[in-house]
Design a protein around this ligand. Sequence first.
Ligand code: URA
Length: 233
Amino acid sequence: MQRLDKAFSSCKLFSRTEIAKVLKQRRVCVNEVVVTKPDFKVDLAVDKITLDGNIVSFNKYAYIMLNKPYGVVSSTDDGRDTTVIDILPSEFKRDGLFPVGRLDKDTVGLVILTDDGASAHKRLSPKTHAEKVYYFEVADEVLVDTAKEIEQGVLLKDGYTTKPCRVKLISSKSGEITLTEGKYHEIKRIFGAKGNKITFLKRIEFAGIKLDDSLGAGECRYLTESEIELFTK
Ligand code: URA
């Protein structure tokens, strides 16, 4: 058992002073009952604690799946554009959250946000070869032979040859591409090198974690236990 204000502050959700105010505003329930006392004792393994009606996660680290909408940037702080942190609902916000890897502003889909720097670093390390799967649409037809060439590696304009990848065509102008690296604008540059143009790009999987179909653009949820295992292994 521990004090309610301590539970919130040790998970970096609120400082002790902030949570005292939030409690006064009658926004916190423990097992469906409003609690206003900071020293109220809770057992995080058993008690259901909600803030503004939403269940609060008291895990040491937060792991969040976001379906990034179009026009939002994958950074923590941007003077001009709306960031993935800006659009998180308040109950998901906590200090130290950052997006794991980057999607372009005009790319949509799966972004994982966490404050677990060590696991994020591991997942992003080129040594781990975490697979990233994207659904793509292009302006012009992709021939089967072109898809095979892309799979073997493509020489980009800057002299870099991309690592082997997998391409599954769904139609002549759409498909899925699986990469194990994440170079700047990589997919756009791969198709550009083949004289084609990406018209739509959506990340649908990262390190074995699939984007939840039920999340609309801009919606998020916490990773499940098995997804956290895939992320932190
Ligand atoms: N490749 C791109 O070109 N853009 C992305 O956002 C991700 C991969």
